[in-house]
Design a binder for this molecule. Structure first.
Ligand code: GFB
Length: 380
């Protein structure tokens, strides 16, 4: 009675969006969700690495909302009973194999990296493919679609639906964004976030910000000039129908004066002596420091410092830390920022975005709402 989605597309923020949609899909079909591992790419490792779901999030909190088990539990305890090797069929919408001989394996579920290493991690091979078209993953905008899935794939004949790609869309549909509240960081991640806070921040309110600055992002943001709709996660501030504004390059890649101004204002409003900056490109922060020259006494700029030399920034600890800042300023277009925004939204904590609203130089709603009294250090 399970659904397993291969959530390999993209990096963490992307995968999180797919997870929310997949959880909702499983709920609509009333099937247990097999929580796939996170797919990561580590330096000098040619193949993707599969990180068990529960290293980052608590399974019991997801399962409280809808039955869910990890891939490890599924393969160890359930699959031997209901999903023997001879019954392993991969699902995809239509033929995925683009070139070559007439396909014997239309879903090509294990072609390339990460798909190959993903299934190999659990010793899974597929005996055939099932093309489920015209049934789509969008059970919310296509009337009667969930019922058609249930009729075509009844659990007694199809106990497991194993998808070659996530049965969900990116970016996450509006209707599913709130499901982030069921994803609570594991104790290990929370502890790393607590340590980060203790080590680097004063015991006082703090502002947390995300600056997406890498060259991949710079290139992506150049596309905003031609874009007419939303891009990546920009619906989180612009609205799914862009009812709150339009996509601009500045929203995607804000200029330093804007960043410095919003930071100073946020620190002032929250009476925070420190601003924690999470970024994918710390080498670019010198420009920010130059921009803040003359205002050093207003707040301390804090960034990732490895506890051991050379350790890369811990993305999950940073996300968990940002989620509990007194005020968060994120990048509206980034799905990494979106993880923080959705978690804070569920907790009722204020967030703002760089260069948003576009024409406002005045304080935003969230700036005003920021309450220095919450949350406390113990709440992480
Ligand atoms: O999470 P993600 O899909 O968000 O991908 P975007 C960005 C990745 O960069 C994260 C790292 O998963 C992290 O590994 N990263 C970014 C960071 N910011 C930080 C940070 O502040 N701290 C740490 N520790 N790591 C989009 C992708 O990225 O970028 C698209 O989703 C595409 O697929 C586009 O690649 C160019 O939405 O920001």
């Amino acid at each position: 009675m399970a659904i397993s989605g291969l959530l390999f597309a993209g990096r963490f923020g992307n995968q999180m969006d797919y997870f929310l949609g997949t959880l909702s899909f499983a709920k609509e079909l009333n099937r247990t969700l097999v929580l796939a591992p996170w797919v990561e790419y580590h330096m000098r490792q040619p193949k993707s690495i599969q990180v068990p779901f529960d290293e980052y999030f608590r399974v019991d909190k997801v399962a409280k909302y809808h039955p869910a088990i990890t891939m490890e539990t599924f393969m160890g305890e359930i699959a031997p009973k209901i999903w023997p090797p001879s019954k392993r069929i991969s699902f995809c919408y239509q033929q995925r194999q683009a070139y070559g001989e007439p396909p014997t394996d239309p879903c090509a579920a294990k072609n390339g990296n990460p798909p190959g290493p993903f299934w190999d991690t659990y010793g899974i091979d597929f005996v055939s493919s099932e093309l489920h078209s015209p049934l789509s993953y969008d059970l919310w905008n296509v009337a009667g679609e969930a019922e058609r899935w249930r009729r075509r794939y009844p659990p007694h004949r199809w106990p497991v639906l194993a998808f070659a790609g996530s049965p969900a869309s990116y970016p996450v549909l509006e209707v599913n964004a709130g499901l982030q509240r069921h994803f609570q960081w594991s104790e290990a991640v929370r502890e790393r976030a607590r340590q980060l806070r203790r080590r680097l921040l004063p015991a006082a309110p703090f502002v947390g910000v995300h600056l997406r600055l890498g060259s991949d992002w710079e290139r992506a943001c150049a596309h905003t000039r031609q874009a007419t709709g939303n891009m990546f996660s920009s619906a989180q501030c612009l609205g799914y129908r862009q009812q709150h504004g339009r996509l601009t390059e500045r929203l995607c890649y804000p200029d330093w004066p804007t960043v410095a101004r919003q930071m100073r204002r946020a620190a002032r409003h929250t009476r925070a002596p420190a601003v924690y900056v999470a970024t994918d490109a710390p080498e670019r922060l010198d420009s920010l420091r130059r921009e803040l020259r003359g205002h050093e006494q207003e707040f301390e700029l804090v960034t990732w410092q490895p506890a051991e030399p050379g350790r890369p920034a811990d993305a999950h600890a940073e996300l968990a830390l940002l989620a509990r800042a007194n005020l968060f300023i994120g990048n509206c277009v980034s799905s990494f920022s979106a993880v923080v925004f959705r978690e804070r939204d569920a907790l009722g904590l204020p967030s703002a975005f760089w260069a948003f609203p576009e024409d406002s130089e005045s304080e935003s709603e969230s700036d005003r709402d920021a309450d220095p009294a919450r949350p406390g250090r113990d709440e992480l």
